[in-house]
Design a protein around this ligand. Structure first.
Ligand SMILES: C[S@@+](CC[C@H](N)C(=O)[O-])C[C@H]1O[C@@H](n2cnc3c(N)ncnc32)[C@H](O)[C@@H]1O
Length: 277
């Protein structure tokens, strides 16, 4: 278990897909247009949301290596991908999916990315991607990934990196304090050393440029409204809990804030997408 349960990932998936920066997504599609096949490595794949979002924009034959440290999420990924595909066949390392004329071979790997080798050239990787992961990682880890990828100039595409922005409406006097404490919590160790948290998008773009990549980035905020009430409620609870770990003396006040914020009618959570080739 990683603390990212499949229910939470399912709740956020439609919003994640709708929030991706469209211009950057178009750049990714154009970059690989005309190719017959592509090997994609998805880091911290969860239940496979990134594949479901991205595969329709990529070449007709795809080989995906889905890597996650949580075996339960990988099992859920296998099931969710089978449900998503038009047709599915088991293979030695995973599944072969057929979806809208594309053939997508998927291999699932359970590994701790904090210690795993990040050179994916042995897999023939033509794209390394991650969704909602880089805010969890440390600068050292990200530098290692970019340096390994830069040797063969493997394109990198990272989406939905939290940027520290969280706005709740109607406003509440405690909002700023909770968000500040939550953002401090985001900088704590999430298994990779001190996490980049809200700095991940900017740090990633800097590292890419230092390693000779041409990088483009764009905002991909969640713009949540009443239709997203279930996601807003989980988010409010998560913010209150994380903030309470930073300021234990305010835990009760933050919990009350969370209970009230579950009824917020508009919530903006800032994210950043980055593509580099
Ligand atoms: C916020 S979730 C995002 C999941 C998925 N990419 C998505 O967009 O739905 C972060 C994912 O990273 C995985 N993860 C976190 N730390 C990890 C580590 N050290 N090694 C491998 N996977 C890790 C978690 O298990 C989880 O699936």
């Amino acid at each position: 278990m990683s603390g990212f349960d499949a229910g939470w990932l399912a709740l956020r998936e439609p919003v994640d897909h709708a929030s991706r920066h469209a211009g950057l997504a178009a750049q990714v599609r154009e970059h690989f247009a005309g190719r017959e096949s592509l090997v994609v490595v998805d880091l911290g794949c969860g239940t496979g949301s990134n594949l479901r979002a991205l595969a329709p924009s990529l070449p007709p034959r795809q080989h995906w290596r889905l890597i996650d440290g949580d075996a339960a999420l990988l099992a859920a990924a296998r099931q969710r991908l089978a449900d998503w595909a038009d047709d599915v066949r088991p293979t030695a390392g995973g599944v072969e999916l057929h979806k809208d004329g594309r053939r997508i071979e998927v291999n699932l790997e359970c590994a701790d990315l904090a210690t795993r080798d990040l050179d994916f050239t042995d897999l023939g990787a033509g794209l390394v991607t991650a969704a909602a992961l880089f805010d969890l990682v440390s600068e050292d880890w990200l530098e290692r990934l970019v340096a390994c990828s830069a040797r063969q100039r493997v394109p990198l595409y990272s989406v939905l990196n939290y940027d520290g922005t969280a706005r709740w409406q109607p406003e509440n006097p405690l909002d700023a304090r909770v968000v500040a404490a939550f953002n401090r919590h985001q900088r704590g160790d999430k298994g990779f050393g001190p996490a980049l948290g809200p700095a991940s998008g900017e740090t990633f773009a800097q590292l890419l440029s230092q390693h000779g990549y041409r990088a483009a980035s764009g905002d991909s905020p969640w713009e949540l409204a009443e239709r997203d009430a279930a996601l807003i409620a989980r988010l409010a609870e998560g913010f209150a809990q994380a903030a309470g770990e930073i300021e234990p003396e305010a835990r009760d006040a933050f919990a009350r804030w969370g209970a009230g914020r579950a009824a917020a009618v508009r919530v903006t959570i800032g994210h950043r997408d980055v593509f580099a080739a």
